[in-house]
Ligand binder design. Structure first.
Ligand code: SER
Length: 623
């Protein structure tokens, strides 16, 4: 089965059961400061799980692109990857456990759908603790569906509780479905968590709690269902493969790496010569890392991430640099990352059009980062080799690479500390990470002074402030359009509780006068204490009313439109409108927003700079 077939079947199944298909959101969470990346399909839906009304209704289904980097060191084995797609269906206070579990079971086992062997399935349910009781309801549902009691395992919170994705947010007990990947005639009578041949394929979460900043679980007013079925893993299972790198959305990337390197995936190198100083490894591991990391990098860049030394940018940098290092290990010479990313773009462009749209910036960013790192990689590796020999010969050093050395490799040769750790591990050494962090801190102290202070606020305040910035972003876009012209469109936004970063299309640098004009206009609208109104309408209607919105493909048929200034109809930037009654801003947006602009405080643009060709970036704060 191909990825396309599986996505199609899944959406079709849930559409037939009253679910609206919603598009995949960005890998960069839009209004959620609690997480760095979208790691699950439920994440962009947090406001709706907490009770806000979703314009598409109470039953939703989609395919969501996700990135998880917690197991990045495991990538290279048969099963781990950083980028993946998650098939998910949701009930927002609508159906609950019975429908959810029955549908999952039907989709997996019915010959009309996936037709998996019922006898190879096992499930787990939440065993219960002080926060929530044993999930007897799920247990009974599974029994009534015909799963033998021995295959229904009760597991504690560490196994059978999902979320929140960040520190706070919706969560609840879950029920996981496992498939026996061993010999069909050797299915054990009962499920055993330690046996890797039982592979988890689907997770049904009953999101009925909200974990608050104090760490306690408050029951939610609405009982939700959040399910997640990993596409790659399901394809491996359905096709009877022994690794994810055989499925159709990855295989062509591996083949391209074979072509470029002139090496074979299946051929293992037992020992690689010491100069360049690469240690033991295999083509397989290296090719898997290159394939996974560059695919993930292409998706990240398409969603607006650029390599840097902090947060998302740092993760991207690590992915690219690790891919470059393994590419060299495979003997690939010259700039190669984009050649591989291009295959990923080809594979996914129909379902994720942002990849083709951003193809130029994917090429530009990958190549820039690769060139930068390629210059220092070889000398850094030589340096590492010297260090290694010294440490090995000096028993006083007890196999530890000091913080200073790791920092020097980072500072001078651009080695992310994780890369140094990986090299150290291969050489049987360790890195003194604590001291490395101290070194980092010492060097960052000056630039970071005061940053710590600002983080003190705590999460409750955090999100309130974030919502304010979100509304400020709408005012900013409207002010830019009014000042610079209606050609200005939003190209991206990144909001934290501390600042707003806003990218928009505009060919020239803004003049100081224009910056001042925009700033004044936003502040004027804040002073006017305008109401922020939300209406639901068809996408076409929203467009007809002149609503702005960034990525068309992100929206389904019915959308929420936030209007600032006037709840009446009429375009926000049309001519001939009486400025007193026309809306100042009208945007298609999922929210949330403040109720009136008066609470925002003073708006200040702190920076206006170039972001990429034809795109400017503004950084602004509310004081
Ligand atoms: N949020 C759950 C998971 O990621 C189910 O979608 O497994």
């Amino acid at each position: 089965m191909t990825a396309k077939e599986l996505r199609g079947k899944y959406l079709e199944f849930f559409k037939a059961r009253g679910h609206a298909v919603i598009p995949s959101a960005s890998l960069v969470p839009q209004n959620d400061p609690t997480v760095l990346f979208t790691t699950a399909g439920m994440q962009p839906l947090v406001p709706y799980l907490l009770g806000e009304k979703h314009p598409q209704g109470k039953r939703l289904v989609n395919v969501q692109k996700c990135l998880r980097t917690n197991d990045i060191d495991e990538v290279g084995d048969a099963t781990h990857g950083t980028f993946f797609e998650m098939l998910g269906n949701w009930s927002l206070g609508d159906y609950f456990k019975k429908e959810s579990l029955s549908w999952s079971y039907e989709f997996l086992t019915s010959p009309e759908w996936l037709g998996l062997d019922k006898n190879r399935l096992a499930v787990s349910v939440f065993a219960g603790d002080d926060d929530a009781p044993f999930d007897e309801e799920a247990f009974e549902i599974w029994r009534s569906l015909g799963i033998s009691e021995k295959r229904i395992t009760r597991l504690p919170k560490e196994n059978n509780w999902w979320g929140p994705a960040g520190e706070t947010g919706p969560c609840g007990p879950d029920s996981e479905i496992f498939y026996w990947t061993g010999a069909p005639d050797q299915v054990p009578e009962s499920f055993n968590d330690d046996n890797d041949l039982w592979v988890e394929i689907w997770n049904n979460v009953f999101m009925q709690y909200n974990k608050n900043i104090k760490g306690s679980f408050e029951p939610l007013a609405q009982k939700n269902v959040d399910t997640g079925l990993g596409l790659e893993r399901a394809l491996v299972t359905l096709n009877g493969y022994d690794e994810i790198y055989k499925i159709d959305v990855i295989r062509p990337i591996i083949e391209k790496i074979e072509e470029i390197s002139g090496k074979k995936y299946d051929e293992t190198i037992s020992e690689i010569p010491l100069n360049p100083p690469f240690t033991k490894g295999g083509n397989q591991k290296a090719m898997r890392i290159v394939a996974d990391h560059l695919k993930a990098s292409a998706f990240l860049i398409a969603d607006g991430v650029e390599p840097s030394n902090t947060e998302r940018g740092y993760v991207l940098r690590r992915l690219i640099r690790r891919a470059v290092r393994y590419g060299r290990q495979l003997g690939i010479e010259g700039i190669f990352c984009f050649k591989i990313a291009r295959v990923a773009i080809e594979i996914y462009k129909d379902i994720y059009p942002e990849l083709s749209r951003e193809e130029n910036s994917i090429e530009e960013q990958l190549t820039k980062e690769e060139e930068k790192f390629a210059k220092t990689l070889e000398s850094g590796l030589k340096q590492f080799e010297n260090v290694k020999i010294k440490i090995k010969n000096d028993s006083a050093k007890s196999g530890i690479i000091s913080g200073e050395i790791a920092f020097n490799l980072y500072q001078t040769y651009g080695f992310p500390v994780e890369l140094t750790k990986e090299l150290a591990k291969e050489a049987g050494l360790e890195v003194d990470e604590e001291k490395f962090k101290d070194e980092m801190k010492r060097h960052q102290e000056l630039s970071r002074a005061g940053a710590e202070q600002k983080f003190k606020g705590g999460l409750a305040d955090h999100s309130e402030q974030t919502v304010k910035y979100h509304t400020a972003a709408h005012l900013l876009l409207a002010a830019l359009r009014q000042t610079l012209g209606g050609d200005v469109n939003q190209r991206g936004a990144n909001i934290t509780s501390e600042r707003l970063r806003f990218d928009f299309s505009h060919p020239q640098k803004m003049t100081p006068e224009q910056i001042k004009e925009v700033e004044d206009l936003v502040n004027e609208k804040i002073k006017e204490d305008l109401p922020v109104a939300c209406e639901e309408m068809a996408l076409d209607e929203a467009k007809a009313k002149g609503a702005t919105g960034i990525f068309d493909s992100k929206y389904g048929e019915r959308v929420k439109v936030y209007t600032i200034g006037s709840p009446s109809t009429g375009p926000s930037t049309g001519s001939g409108q009486c400025s007193g009654s026309a809306a100042f801003s009208r945007e298609i947006c999922g929210g949330p927003h403040v109720e009136r602009t008066g609470v925002l405080g003073n708006f200040k643009i702190v920076k206006e700079e170039s972001c990429s060709a034809g795109v400017r970036r503004i950084k602004a704060v509310l004081k």
